[in-house]
Every structure is written in structure tokens, then in C-alpha cells.
Write a protein of this length. Structure first.
Length: 232
């Protein structure tokens, strides 16, 4: 239960950025004093350290690794705004994607702390690029009109049959079978996949990596091809 509370709190902070008032408040704070941006690595590292302590996995080495992880992109964005955007994004994304530091965490706690690390990465990314850099095109907003609701449904209806067929063919998705878990666990799994996989990857990849590529090289087939290749 405490671990769920920690993940829920991180998710709530991520959702808080949907509020225009929160976005404007963070942007105004950085406009008054840009050095406030270095508060983010400290607070997020302390948050991770608290979660690791709760999981009996906190060590000086792990805390130092997380602090270096949060400080590096912040340093680049502060001293090289614009020119170092893509490098800073990769520093946010690649260590998380490849499980950097997993060897410093007991196996039984890796899943929990990996989810915490995803929360740290998302919050840092939003702070740096939505708050400090005010990067255009992140589209981190709640639905604003009907198109924001029916366009995803149309996209899902078109793509789901194709992706399911390909997934079954390559063995990524099993053939239809009777449920192996209770309905409650299945519903909980949907929530975990959304919060722990879909949301982080959309923010870190679509809103940041693909967005920066499109702003630099244009919204064309070549950019979409390389963005898709990196994502894959």
C-alpha cells in the first residue's frame, strides 16, 4: 500500500501539469529566477531516495547515480538552451529505457523503483521543457474539443486490427484464451500499463524526442521515419 501511494502521488504531480495555472506558475517562477530550475534535481532525487528507503534499497551509490541523472540534463538545458535540447532529452530517456542502475537495486524492488524513476523522469522532463524552456508542440493538455476524443478512437479502430494481427504473428501477443487472472487484477493491469508504460513513453518520446526532431527538421516523411525507427 505505501508503494502504491508513492506511485499515485507521482502520477498526481504529473497530472497537475495539465492545469494551465500550474504551467503558468512554473514558467513565471523560472522567468523571475532561472536558477530555480536546479531545485528540481534536488527535490526529485530526495523523492527517489525516500522511495528507495521505503523499499530497503537506498544506498549512497544509488542516490548519487539518481542525482547525476537528474542534474545532467538540467545543467545542459540551463547553460545550452536550444542547442542541447536533443542531448538532454536522450539523457532523460536512454538511462530509463535501458534500466541503468538496476544492478544497484534488489531484484524484488526493481519494478517499484523503476516506476518511481519513470515518474522522476517525466516530472523532470515537464519541468525542463514545459516550464523552463517552454518548448512548443508538446501538446501536454487535457482534451479541448470533440476532435481530441474521436480522433484517437478512429486511430485505434484502424490500427488495432493490424497491430493485433502482427503481434500474434510474431508471438508478442498470445492467441485468444480464457482469462488467467481475476477481473480486478486485469483492470489494475490496465492502469499500471497506462501509468507505467504508455504515459511515460508518450511524454518522453512523442512530446520531447519526436517533437524536437520535427521542429528541427520539419514535419515530413523523413522525420517521421527516423522518429519511428528510434521509437521501435
Amino acid at each position: 500500500m505505501p508503494q502504491i501511494a508513492v506511485l499515485g502521488a507521482l502520477l498526481a504531480l504529473v497530472f497537475a501539469f495539465f492545469a494551465p495555472a500550474v504551467q503558468r506558475g512554473v514558467q513565471a517562477a523560472f522567468a523571475r529566477n532561472p536558477r530555480y530550475v536546479f531545485v528540481a534535481p534536488v527535490l526529485l532525487t530526495l523523492c527517489f531516495a525516500a522511495a528507495a528507503t521505503m523499499a530497503d534499497a537506498c544506498t549512497p551509490k544509488l542516490v548519487a547515480l539518481v542525482f547525476a541523472y537528474t542534474l545532467a540534463p538540467t545543467f545542459l538545458i540551463y547553460f545550452q538552451p536550444g542547442r542541447a535540447d536533443f542531448i538532454a532529452i536522450l539523457l532523460l530517456w536512454i538511462p530509463i529505457e535501458f534500466g541503468a542502475g538496476a544492478s544497484s537495486v534488489p531484484l524484488r524492488q526493481q519494478g517499484f523503483l523503476h516506476s518511481v524513476a519513470y515518474g522522476v523522469a517525466i516530472l523532470l522532463g515537464l519541468t525542463l521543457f514545459l516550464g523552463f524552456r517552454r518548448l512548443d508542440g508538446m501538446k501536454f493538455n487535457l482534451p479541448r474539443d470533440r476532435r481530441d476524443l474521436w480522433l484517437p478512437l478512429i486511430g485505434y479502430a484502424v490500427l488495432a486490427p493490424v497491430l493485433i494481427a502482427v503481434g500474434v504473428a510474431i508471438g508478442f501477443i498470445p492467441l485468444p484464451h480464457a482469462a488467467s487472472q481475476s477481473a480486478g487484477k486485469m483492470i489494475a493491469a490496465i492502469g499500471i500499463i497506462f501509468a507505467g508504460t504508455a504515459l511515460p513513453e508518450e511524454i518522453l518520446f512523442r512530446a520531447l524526442i519526436q517533437n524536437v526532431m520535427m521542429q528541427r527538421w520539419g514535419e515530413n516523411f523523413r522525420t517521421l521515419f527516423w522518429a519511428s525507427l528510434i521509437f521501435g
